[in-house]
Ligand binder design. Structure first.
Ligand SMILES: CSC[C@H]1O[C@H](OP(=O)(O)O)[C@H](O)[C@@H]1O
Length: 350
């Protein structure tokens, strides 16, 4: 199974695969400041909650390297703050961005006089990425065990958007469940929703799974209900950008629709996400900021207009699925069936 370099450290710079060009071209871009990494995240060169967290951690480390080039600042926090503020504000929904930055600030605050802070920050960024890959592999195994299996036919799993290696440190959350199931010998077929308007499903999930020889069928988002009504979907597995303390889930726009359809058709609806995506400071889904992106993502594709001139546009990039529609939250610390505030809190004990 593939591990992709979504956001890595390369020759003293942050290196990211330009996901805007997939699946046609594999192009890598390199960054030397927090502000430049923020542009890359905002423009979706890299996207996906854990991948954004990894990119932000390396963006923090490369900012410290940039500042140290002119001699170590006397006040590291003051020197770092302008660039890190830009980084922290580049996308509002995926909590991994803020989680990773807060963890990097912890290294700054713990630094002692004489420490090589840029080196310590780089080590922390590497740890964040390595931990994400390990978490996704454990989570994948936890989720694979939840998938129904049949003696005489494959298990058909529907996915939405891209919650794969390209959305994480390199293995995937929802696609980590798929990968782990395939690695365990389970007979899996995937139905990948294209996921308008940015087509992460058609461009990224389909590409990843074909690269890994997983049996994958691409459908448009409006086909999901029809396929479920005909018994052609056995489970839905999605990723998440932020889980509120009560189990409400923010994820790519269209996820809530899938959850309602899955409930209607008694299809298990699994959300896969690491503990770094659970925001215990966010009481419920109503408090999760929903990013509104440019109208051009809806009216154009790669510069080609596909909608009427002057039409008004809405483009909320995420929606919120209430906890009661989530069959189980799959994490690296275990599976939370019918997630509640109390059950989620237990994930963080011991
Ligand atoms: C593994 S989290 C991936 C998550 O992020 C995606 O959003 P975007 O592509 O806009 O960053 C989508 O919500 C995925 O489920």
């Amino acid at each position: 199974m593939s591990i992709f370099d979504t956001a890595v450290w390369h020759d003293g710079r942050v290196r990211m695969m330009d996901q805007r060009l997939l699946p046609d071209q594999e192009v890598y871009l390199e960054y030397e400041s927090a502000a430049a990494v923020a542009d890359g995240i905002r423009d979706m060169v890299v996207r996906g909650a854990p991948a954004i967290g990894c990119a932000a951690a390396y963006g923090f480390a490369v900012e410290a390297k940039r500042l140290a080039a002119d001699g170590n600042p006397s006040d590291w926090r003051a020197a770092l703050e302008p660039g890190i503020k830009i980084l922290r504000e580049c996308r509002p929904t995926a909590v991994n961005l803020m989680w990773a930055i807060d963890r990097m600030w912890g290294v700054v605050d713990a630094a002692q006089p004489g420490d090589d802070l840029p080196a310590k920050l780089l080590a922390e960024a590497h740890a964040i990425r390595d931990e994400d890959i390990d978490s996704c592999k454990t989570m994948g195994r936890n989720g694979a065990a939840q998938l129904p299996q049949f003696p005489d036919r494959p298990t058909v799993v529907m996915t939405h958007c891209n919650a794969g290696a390209l959305a994480t440190g390199g293995y995937g959350t929802a696609l980590g469940v798929i990968r782990a199931a395939v690695e365990a010998g389970q007979n899996i077929q995937v139905i990948a929703n294209e996921t308008r308007p940015y087509l992460q499903g058609a461009r990224l999930t389909a590409w990843e799974l074909i690269e890994d020889n997983v049996d994958t069928t691409l459908v448009t988002d409006n086909m999901a209900g029809h396929l479920m009504s005909r018994g052609e979907v056995d489970a839905v597995v999605v990723g998440t950008d932020r889980v509120a303390a009560n189990g409400d889930v923010a994820n790519k726009i269209g996820t809530y629709t899938l959850a309602v359809l899955a409930k209607r058709h008694n299809i298990p609806f699994f959300v896969a996400g690491p503990l770094s995506t659970i925001d215990r400071n966010c009481p419920d889904g109503a408090h999760i900021p929903i990013e509104e992106r440019d109208a051009e993502e809806v009216t154009h594709f790669r510069g080609q207009r596909t909608a009427a001139l002057k039409v008004k546009v809405r483009n909320p990039a995420f929606d919120v699925t209430p906890a009661e529609l989530v069959t189980a939250l799959v994490t690296e610390k275990g599976v939370v069936t019918a997630p509640t505030r109390e059950k989620i809190a237990k994930l963080f004990e011991s």
